[in-house]
Ligand binder design. Sequence first.
Ligand code: MOS
Length: 746
Amino acid sequence: MTTALAIGQPTDRVDGRHKVTGGAQYSADLLLTGMAYAVLVGAGVPSGRVTGIDSAEALQADGVLTVLTHENLPKIAGQPPLIPSLAGMPAPGQTFFPFQDEVVHYTGQPVAMVVADTWERAQHAAALVRVSYQETPSVTTLDQARDEAYEPEAVFGGFVPGRSTRGDVAAGLAKADVRIDAVFSYAANNHNPIEPSATTAAWDGDQLTLHDATQGVAATQLTVAALLGLTPSKVRVISHYVGGSFGCKAMIWAHPALAALAAREVGRPVKLSLTREQMFTSVGHREEQEQRLTLGADKEGRLTALRHHKLSPTSHFDDWAEPSLGVASQFYACDNYEGVYRLIRAHTMTPTFMRAPGEASGMFALESTMDDLAHELGIDPIELRLRNFTDTDPTTGNPWSSSGLKECYQRGAERFGWHRRNPEPRSHRDGHLLIGYGMAGAGYPGYGPSNPQRARARLYSDGTAVVQAATPEFGTGVATVMTQVAADALGLPVERCRFEGGDTMLPTIAAAVGSSGAGMISAAVHTAATNLRRQLVAQAVADAQSPLHGADPDAVTVRDGRMILRDAPDTGETYVELLHRNFLPDAEAVGAWSPSPESTRYGKMTFGAQFAEVAVDPGLGLARVRRMVGAFAPGRVLNPKTARSQLMGGMLWGLGQALLEANYMDPRRGRWVASSLGDYLVPVNADAPEVEVELVDVTDEIINPLGVKGVGEVGQVGAAAAIANAVHHATGRRVRKLPITLEDLL
Ligand code: MOS
């Protein structure tokens, strides 16, 4: 007798019906008795001082309860340090909090907050607040301040050093037979989840409850507690459904604390929802950037040197850059390397995580340049990559916990039909269209949480189970896959298990960022559910009335809720029988997981390979992607349906990065040019080609108990490079900027 395991099945989303029938309640859907609505007024200049705020007219408008500014809003208690939320610590989006004084650091910085009895009345009154400024000169683009660039000690919340080297890059370049030196420029990007950020705050005495759209309820709890000078036990954060995030709800920006402050001021619950326009100035962005990549190689294409420099604007208060030099420094065997981040201070908010943070932009530079090298040496691009393959992490010398990269190249190439490619640019046509095939490697690091991740499992005497962990479901499928993990660990059918999350009252899990969610949460849930199964088996073998009395616990297994002897499956009893006989309504266990010390001796990376076919209309300069194939080796696949959706979403995001997504600062006004989905283009179904995802099996015994490596980010890495390489193959033109637009191809 065997029972099919739940893990690995393409189980439908447990929250799917709720989502499509409108039953899912998002933070902004919540209605509380007596609730008021806050609307933010953003600064209209990028730099200077507020010289006056005239609230008189707004205060007289119907339904207005108060207008809060730096003159009357209580000051914050203190600002916690800026630490990426994967650490399980407070994670403020920036170390600047508005309303503390009259200084303006960026356009859109909140300078007033109107609270009224309806959202429409608050919106109307916000338009009546008159703010005057003394404007000072601003810098908002790289071009305005290249000469003032500085080298920071560290970026990315202090987690990534400003400079890293190995070997001797000058010597490596000197001995190279081929050298390529290329500069890449990138437009800024904004996240645009369907659900704009929103927080509802309610006080009950000194106890604060926040309903917040967040990737990590503990990150919101700890950040708001620090800002308001509260102990975390006084702050509960609930986040049952999040309508997409992609990094902009990973760090905690000002609005949750502002909602709490406003609620305290008016003595009513307050809802604060950002408008779509405010999403462009309130939750970080992927920074504008320039990357210079210099590589040297011998005649066979083996890398002798790699130099990768990045220049990007950050805010006036934080040294933040997305870690673009990470995977690109680890992907190939190369003894001589130098990576340097340089920053300029700009009148913008602090940039932040955005899907495939850092690696989506860094690997565009590396993988475009590898394509140039292949072309110059007349080596097939896949063969060139195999010649530079590394089975250790070159930054540490540690072996990968698992790889699968070679199989990704091979299986992706087969599925795509790479062998049909004539390497000569402009050699494939379809009528007047130029057809191109391109490929690129992909990788995303396996970040591990630094704090223990916890979960709880409870079995009821009706034979159903619930597993709980604080993590929100932000669209990734976590509730579904954790139900599957619990079912297998408990030996129950998946229909009898359910997952509860999104509440700081539940066991603590760090924010799910950097593709870490499935790995760290499954580890905690698996541990908790396994502990509960062991506890029940121990109870049965100790129970004189159990058919399993006196058995070796290790000889007992559980199938379909029945504890049985592995070698004599007729001997046993159900969980339900055990609980009933002992008058127990339920049984419960907790589980905690941290990465093992041994795992630090391994490099951790999800690898993949991307392939794209484009058709370019040479008369119009229009590039369309016809086909994308991605092969990925993400370790254990908990649910192939949700994993494919994540990877497909990442690949399509890469298409957007390659051809559509861009925001630019207008340097005269210091404002973003795009502030709506009408100006900021993301791929829609009409842009979406056939996307095929190939899952390559690899076993990883190091990374976490179930060997799960994560799929949230890697789908985007390399996708833009594969498209740009296909554009080069189609047209003979190497475009080193993102996005690639009509004028680049005319
Ligand atoms: Mo991911 S961009 O770290 O939410």
